[in-house]
Design a protein around this ligand. Structure first.
Ligand code: GAL
Length: 686
């Protein structure tokens, strides 16, 4: 991670949370300081929602309380991640500029009274946001407590898109830059279909509610535009901060979990921040919440280019905004925190420090709960602070990945539009399923952009990549020819960047590399299943089961490994393998049951140089970080049984200080972190 660490008090992992002391009388602050010291808090996020206090009237600023707060924090050795408050403009702003409130696809203007009600194309918003950011930066640029700037809050939530007339104008400006000419736009959007041809830029609108399916190219470009419009507001603030507060890193908190944010292209955003930070909240009712957590952490690290990142928010217990807010059980908060750390976070921060007595989030868990310090959560918070202190040397080390999964937000946007072969298919569902299968094989996953360099990965999985450029297609071909093993799931490589079908038979971008064509999509009726029978010698026999999707696959060089035993594609290939150059490309043309996905992965892995780690129990998470100080093995036991993890070499367990040789014992629900006795980088990848 860039300079942030050098500005923190000492080095080590960051620990703390959102701190909103403006909700409390100032005499409480002294208490907060004492308790933060007790818990080992190193950094807090301040001022994220404070615009109305900092600028009570247009152009009238009141920094007194923030001056006092920053001084107090500094006095107690607590670093500050200082928010620009631009996620909630004050009521006076909207009184003057009601046009800055966002408008939905149906034409409804949203109201003030929640948060994040912003039209990101509004010049008035931009002007007010940059003004308050400038004043903050001028005042606190060199403050000794300042460790990092935190711009806005979670771009992409709760609304991103705005369909108002101002946005329409901005969209047209963006389209002119992208397409240059109206002819090019008409071609990209395929407007000859249904007579949608435009003869004047002024005719073009955001994709507002239409009587039937709207133009897909227009919808896809609007998604791109929306991500870019938010990014422009971020970079406007960032540039002010860089200019006035030289050397202080700037972040904005991402939400990389696919279930949490769809509207931000994090590949593009990851390049624009100095420190990638992320907020993650469990989908608490899910059975295996730790898998989704791991996936979000892996995506975050990947958008950071493999560098350490920072978990800026998660929860100590229950959130308050899900249908049923299932609370974390003893030990779960620590496991969650340390899973993020294992996967590259240089700290664990929370929303929020002290429980609010009023407002929409008073039932959200916190570090210091309503119950006070005589509570389980507080005791676990204090313990976590101490544990993170023991892991200080891990800061700056990098995660060692095993395999890559290709992911692209643009493809997701295109894939999940209306009028696809079946509404039962969704890209994120496939990404979740393949990720889970890899997780269950104890493989650490990097996510990669389809055009990224892949040579280092012995295995690359494409869960669903409907939209694929020529460059991505060439990239995958090169990867396989040079010895890589590629596993591709159905409905991938179908269209180009404009949502236009690649010429010829599906999957146009992958025909050559997979050695097959797809003649017809044959989606299944709801709830129907098909059976797949395998070549006995190769697969060991037995049937696999699929649902949702089948298709007519025509091999053109690929070998059939499993065939459809029944269903609309009966007799035809279902899973294939193509030898190409020095590598192999596998294709899976149906939605396999989880255990069957694993069987395919097991077979495909035999084509790779991956270690077999099947002897580890399910739900025991093993991740490696490597740095200048050492090579670290994280073992996280999500099961209800004690487990023993084989160590490649002896080492020192950092949380207990014990020497460990042979097998590492990880207690029920516990975490162990071993510094292995070896020079960093000794162990080969994979
Ligand atoms: C985050 C947000 C925080 C808080 C939290 C509650 O999305 O950034 O301000 O609302 O959710 O879970």
């Amino acid at each position: 991670m860039p300079p942030i660490t050098t500005r923190l008090s000492g080095s080590g992992l960051a620990f703390g949370g959102d701190y909103n002391p403006e909700q409390w009388p100032e005499e409480v602050w002294a208490d907060d300081m004492a308790l933060m010291r007790e818990a080992g808090v190193t950094m807090v996020s301040v001022g994220v929602f404070s615009w109305a206090l900092l600028e009570p009237a247009p152009g009238v600023y009141d920094f007194g309380w923030l001056d006092r707060l920053l001084a107090l924090l500094h006095e107690h050795g607590i670093a500050v991640d200082l928010g620009t408050p631009t996620t909630v403009p004050p009521a006076w702003f909207y009184q003057r500029h009601p046009e800055a409130l966002p408008v939905t696809k149906d034409g409804q203007r949203l109201a003030f009274g929640g948060r994040g009600a912003i039209c990101h194309s509004s010049p008035a918003y931009r002007e007010a946001a940059t003004a308050v950011t400038t004043r903050l930066a001028e005042r606190y640029a060199d403050h000794p407590a300042l460790a990092m700037w935190h711009v806005h809050n979670e771009y992409g939530a709760p609304v991103s898109e705005c369909y108002c007339d101002i946005s329409a104008e901005d969209f047209r400006r963006w389209l002119r830059e992208r397409h240059q000419t109206l002819d090019a736009l008409n071609e990209a959007w395929g407007t000859t279909f249904w007579g949608q041809r435009y003869s004047d830029w002024a005719q073009i609108q955001p994709p507002r509610r239409t009587p039937t399916a709207g133009n897909p190219g227009q919808q896809l470009d609007f998604k791109r535009f929306t991500s870019d419009a938010m990014l422009a507001n971020f970079t406007a603030e960032r540039d002010i901060l860089h200019r006035l507060s030289v050397g202080v890193p700037v972040t904005t908190n991402f939400m990389t979990a696919l279930s949490q944010c769809r509207s931000v292209d994090y590949w593009a955003w990851g390049r624009e921040v100095d420190v990638v930070s992320n907020d993650h909240y469990l989908v608490a009712e899910a059975e295996r919440t730790h898998v989704n957590l791991a996936m979000s952490a892996d995506i975050t690290r990947s958008v950071a280019g493999g560098a350490p990142w920072l978990l800026l928010e998660h929860s100590t217990g229950a959130v308050n905004w899900q249908p049923r807010n299932i609370a974390k059980r003893p030990g779960e908060m620590a496991r969650n925190s340390l899973s993020h750390v294992a996967r590259g976070s240089d700290g664990a921060m929370f929303f929020q420090w002290r429980a609010s007595r009023f407002g929409a989030e008073k039932f959200h868990s916190t570090m210091l709960p309503h119950a006070g310090t005589d509570s389980r959560i507080w005791r676990e918070v204090v313990r976590l602070g101490a544990d993170l202190g023991r892991l200080a040397e891990i800061q700056g080390s990098r995660v060692r990945p095993d395999v890559a999964v290709l992911w692209d937000w643009h493809s997701w946007w295109a894939e999940d539009m209306e009028w696809r072969p079946t509404e039962d298919h969704s890209a994120d569902e496939r990404a979740d399923a393949w990720y889970e299968a890899l997780y269950d094989r104890h493989l650490t996953v990097d996510f990669a952009h389809p055009e990224a360099e892949l040579a280092a990965y012995p295995l690359v999985v494409v869960p669903s990549l409907y939209l694929m450029t020529e460059a991505a297609s060439a990239n995958l071909r090169r990867y396989v020819e040079q010895g890589g093993v590629l596993v591709v799931s159905y409905f991938s490589g179908i269209v180009d960047a404009t949502d236009t079908v690649h010429p010829g038979a599906h999957p146009g971008a992958l025909r050559d590399v997979l050695g097959l064509t797809v003649e017809e999509f044959l989606p299944l009726r709801a709830g129907r299943q098909v059976a797949l029978s395998g070549d006995a010698a190769m697969t060991g026999g037995g049937l696999l089961s699929g649902d949702v999707w089948t298709e007519t696959v025509v091999p053109r060089g690929a070998d059939t490994v499993w065939r459809y035993a029944d269903g609309p594609a009966a007799g035809g290939p279902a899973v294939t393998r193509h030898a190409l150059g020095a590598g192999h490309a596998w294709y899976v043309s149906t939605r396999l049951a989880p255990a069957d996905l694993d069987r395919v992965l097991a077979l495909a892995s035999q084509d790779t140089r991956l270690d077999d780690r099947e002897d580890l129990p399910r739900d025991v998470e093993i991740v490696h970080r490597e740095g200048e100080q050492g090579s670290y093995l994280f073992a996280i036991n999500h099961t209800a049984a004690e487990t023993k993890v084989p160590l490649p070499v002896p080492g020192t367990e950092l949380l207990t200080g014990e020497r460990t040789v042979g097998r590492l014992c990880v207690p029920v629900g516990g975490v162990r972190v071993v510094r292995l006795d070896r020079e960093p980088g000794d162990e080969p990848r994979g």
